[in-house]
Design a protein around this ligand. Structure first.
Ligand code: ZN
Length: 579
């Protein structure tokens, strides 16, 4: 029989939300229970008549299967057929089932597939350079020079994903660096997080931005000590990027599909796209019509576009299928710390006045929350600073008091600066959840150290304490970078990239972290009845990890490989040279 492990100390009842009424289109859970009973019967029959094994598609055996049910049950053998988990238990299942393919785990770990609850997948133009994970300015220089060669003189070059915290030189790329690499091409490279960008001289010149340009509202054009532009623009980089020519639909579609396929190599079988326009949703629909069965499942958050536009869109939260569906309404309430522009209650460290920025007036926020809630949408709003979180929660509560909803599942995207206790209490009381990014503590450490201090720094991107408060939390990456391993590692260790530990009481167990990255994500999209665990009857979305991270030293988590990823029982990724 499967052994049972406690799910760790940080396992408040509030983090495990079992079935509210099933949503339309989902499988009734009683089907799953029935299947489990049938399985037991087959095991008995199988023992007495080994030749009569039931043919199935896949068996995983010889390692650890984490079912991620309420008790975090572990098993040894998993049986999959027709896209679903047929049985999970001990090795005696091998007497009852014969698979087309049997995967010998050799001690490895099977988990439900990861669900990245906050991501941004998009097609890229040919002019685009991917800068995530780049570790030196000289590498950026080489990539820009190669792009000049590829595109020729005069063409715009764009890029995304650099971070000074990951660069060996320990500083940001600046205008002069880009001028050296591309004197005859306009260049603009956006920082990871998207809250600032650096442009070269030609790009600034074409945009008409110089030392006499007034500071844009809500943004900053940086100058160096001598008052000369250094090329960095914060929050309002559109004053330059507006000039970048649009990519062709074909080049965007192709790279969009490639990026979706790349998620499978990270063990991601479901994702939530954190914001698209209604037209953007149409592009996803077009891609999923053609490639849906080869890609991770996607839920698309729709950016607030006013009640009329949304009515015209015609779809609402939960519409679509289990491959592609409509998620919550997305609104950016404040900025972020890479800018920095998160809206905080206390001023930033070392700045007597600056508290970041609200992206829209408070009364506008209140009225659109009221309207979207009344229209029946789920809400999933970006709120990073404690002041933005407090305001958003108040607006949600106000709307829910006026138009009560029994199973709204409203949530906040991010949650970096811990709000006052009263706000946490309100969230627990009104079932307002969090789509959290524990990896921010690791990746954005440098930004938090610059702008926060004391408790605000220690409790950045809190995980453990909100969970203990009974607030439901699902995990995701916000592409900083996209890799569930980093989120799991940071949630368990609370370490920044320097190795410093922030707020040890915010740590959660590896079991809770895995639940946050699997089952809890399914709840966020009203799909917990069909995916997110490996209980019999559930969709066979799963990942095989090269090591059992339930048992290894947490420091090993970052080194673990994804060996295999399956969606609905179909193996869509296998690591070359995996066991
Ligand atoms: Zn985001």
């Amino acid at each position: 029989m499967p052994e049972r492990v406690p799910s760790g100390t940080a396992s408040p009842s509030g983090t495990v939300r079992r079935p509210d009424p099933p949503v339309k289109g989902t499988t009734d859970h009683s089907t799953a229970r029935t299947l489990a009973l049938v399985t037991t019967a087959l095991v008995v029959a199988g023992c007495s008549a080994p030749d009569d094994k039931t043919p199935v598609d896949l068996i995983f055996t010889g390692g650890t299967i984490a079912i991620v049910d309420d008790e975090f049950t572990l098993a040894e053998t998993l049986v999959v057929s027709d896209g679903r988990v047929v049985a999970v238990g001990d090795e005696s299942l091998l007497d009852a089932y014969q698979a087309t393919r049997t995967v010998d785990l050799d001690g490895r770990l099977v988990l439900p597939g990861f669900n990245d609850t906050h991501t941004h997948i998009r097609g890229r133009a040919d002019r685009h350079i991917e800068l995530g994970g780049i570790t030196s300015l000289s590498e950026i220089d080489a990539l820009v020079r190669a792009k000049v060669d590829q595109l020729g003189e005069g063409e715009w070059i764009t890029g995304y994903g650099w971070s000074e915290d990951e660069l060996a030189e320990g500083r940001r790329p600046l205008r002069d660096d880009l001028d050296a690499a591309a004197p005859l091409n306009p260049v603009i490279l956006t920082r990871a997080g998207g809250h600032s960008a650096v442009a070269n001289s030609l790009a600034l010149q074409l945009a008409g931005v110089d030392e006499s340009t007034p500071q844009p509202e809500g943004g900053v054009i940086e100058t160096d000590a001598d008052g000369r532009l250094n090329g960095v623009i914060r929050e309002r980089q559109s004053i330059v990027s507006r000039l970048v020519p649009e990519a062709t639909p074909d080049e965007l579609r192709e790279s969009h599909v490639t990026m979706l396929r790349n998620q499978l190599a990270l063990g991601i079988t479901s994702l939530i796209q954190a914001g698209e326009t209604p037209e953007g949703f149409d592009r996803w629909e077009d891609i999923y019509e053609e490639f849906g069965s080869e890609l991770p499942r996607a839920t698309i958050q729709i950016r607030w576009a006013g009640p009329e536009r949304l009515e015209e869109f015609g779809l609402t939260t939960g519409d679509g299928g289990h491959r592609l569906r409509v998620g919550a309404i997305k609104v950016l309430v404040d900025g972020g710390f890479t800018g920095p522009a998160a809206y905080t209650i206390e001023p930033y460290k070392g700045q007597a006045e600056y508290r970041g920025l609200l992206n829209l007036p408070e009364d506008e926020l209140r009225s659109l929350v009221m309207s979207a809630n009344a229209l029946g949408w789920q809400l999933g709003f970006h709120a990073i600073g404690d002041a933005a979180i407090e305001l958003t929660v108040q607006a949600f509560v106000e709307a829910l008091s006026t138009y009560p909803r029994s199973d709204h599942r409203h949530y906040l995207n991010h949650f970096t600066v811990t709000p006052p206790e009263a706000t946490l209490d309100l969230m627990a009381e009104h079932d307002i959840a969090i789509a959290q990014q524990p990896n921010f503590t690791w990746t954005l450490e440098g930004r938090y150290v610059d702008h926060l201090e004391g408790d605000r720094l220690a409790h950045n991107n809190p995980v453990g304490i909100p969970m203990k408060h009974g607030i439901f939390m699902a995990l995701g990456s916000d592409i900083l970078p996209i890799d569930p391993k980093i989120g799991l590692y940071a949630a368990v260790t609370r370490k920044g990239m320097s190795g410093e530990v922030y707020g040890p009481d915010e740590r959660i167990s590896i079991q809770e972290a895995i639940r946050g990255y699997t089952a809890n994500g399914a709840w966020l999209t009203f799909e917990e009845e069909i995916k997110g665990t490996l209980e019999p009857g559930m969709l066979a979305d799963l990942v095989v990890l090269s090591e059992n991270i339930l048992e290894t030293d947490p420091e090993r988590i970052l080194q673990v490989d994804v060996d295999l990823t399956a969606v609905e029982g179909v193996i869509l990724y296998e690591r070359p040279n995996a066991r």
